[in-house]
Design a protein around this ligand. Structure first.
Ligand code: BTN
Length: 325
């Protein structure tokens, strides 16, 4: 009986299925349906119940972003060896920073919901329950602090590659946004703890909008999600793919001092190279032509007076001439 309930609400995953319909189709009372739903929830099914609307399956137990679900078929050396999973937390980046010195490199903090998700430039990052991937990876590279910003590019390249592996054609808006159909689906917030000549740790925060269908008015023109663009992909598969792609590019950088693969990906999938863009810095807005990403990972642009300027990540925000990209 429970399998049948799951099958019906799974086949109608975008909408609610009323208790009445379930009761008619399965020939049991609505109270009986409710008891089965309760038992399914106890088994870990995330089912939304709304009065007068019915039931909607949000996620099967296998889809929660727990270590048990993710480690299966995960072949990384250290990224994701330890995953700390929360149902809700203020910010995975803040928690990761608290535990960073006492935990191993590669530890991941992941939460189904964030109540104070943080974006770049002190913005709020919308992180509703089960709607996305909200995670932070603790890194302890033996590098000089000035080399740390490149890790944001490695993250962008690995998110884009992971999604491309899963059939989603994304672009990278240097330095830290991932774009799908001209809107943002993912952002990266890299936080560094360092001394003058040494990195203590880096917390790499990654947010990906997976199932969000309604964005608040302030961001609805610039943000989208995988589900909204009709890519219904398991969050667990995305996370596994990111861990694998990220670890390869990261080890290449840290151990071999090689940036080539990351730069190739960032250039190949760039949303802005070759385009006119606005560079925003404080109240200033400057129209430039984006030429390239150089060997240091900096953006090379041509100004209106034809001089060339090199921009470091973190310095600025970027907008397209016709909109977000
Ligand atoms: C941005 O595009 O402005 C960066 C967004 C980064 C959001 C992620 S979600 C997981 C991690 N925890 C946070 O509080 N922020 C990052």
């Amino acid at each position: 009986m429970r399998d049948k309930i799951i099958e019906i609400i799974l086949n109608n995953q975008d909408e609610f299925t009323s208790g009445e319909e379930l009761s008619k189709r399965l020939g049991i009372s609505r109270a009986g349906i409710w008891k089965h739903i309760k038992a399914l929830k106890e088994q870990g099914y995330n089912i939304e119940s709304v009065n007068k609307k019915g039931y909607k399956l949000i996620e099967k137990p296998g889809d929660l972003l727990t270590y048990k679900n993710i480690c299966h078929e995960l072949n990384t050396k250290f990224i994701g060896n330890k995953i700390i999973h929360f149902d809700t937390i203020d910010s995975t980046n803040d928690y990761a920073k608290e535990i960073a010195s006492a935990t191993n490199e590669g530890t991941v903090v992941i939460s189904e919901e964030q109540t104070k998700g943080k974006g770049r430039l002190s913005r709020h990052w919308h992180s509703k329950s089960n709607e996305g991937i909200w995670m932070s990876i603790v890194l302890k590279p033996n590098i000089m602090p000035y080399k740390a910003p490149f890790i944001t590019l490695i993250a962008g390249a690995s998110i884009s590659s992971a999604l491309n592996n899963l059939g989603v054609k994304t672009l990278i808006k240097w330095p830290n946004d991932i774009i799908l159909n001209n809107k943002k689906i993912s952002g990266i917030l890299t936080e560094l703890s360092a001394e003058i000549e040494r990195v203590n740790h880096i917390v790499l925060g990654i947010g990906i909008n997976v199932k969000t269908m309604d964005f608040s008015q302030e961001i609805s023109d610039i943000a989208t999600s995988l589900y909204k663009e009709n890519y219904k992909i398991s969050r667990v598969d995305i996370v596994r793919n990111i861990f694998t792609e990220f670890e390869n590019l990261y080890l290449d950088y840290i151990n071999n001092n090689s940036k080539d693969k990351t730069l190739d990906i960032c250039r190949k999938y760039s949303a802005i190279i070759g385009k006119d863009i606005y560079i925003l810095q404080g109240d200033d807005k400057e129209l430039v032509k984006c030429l390239d990403i150089n060997e240091d990972g900096n953006l090379v642009v041509e100004k209106q007076d034809k001089t060339i300027r090199e921009i470091m990540s973190g310095e600025v925000s970027i907008r397209g001439v016709k909109g977000y990209v």
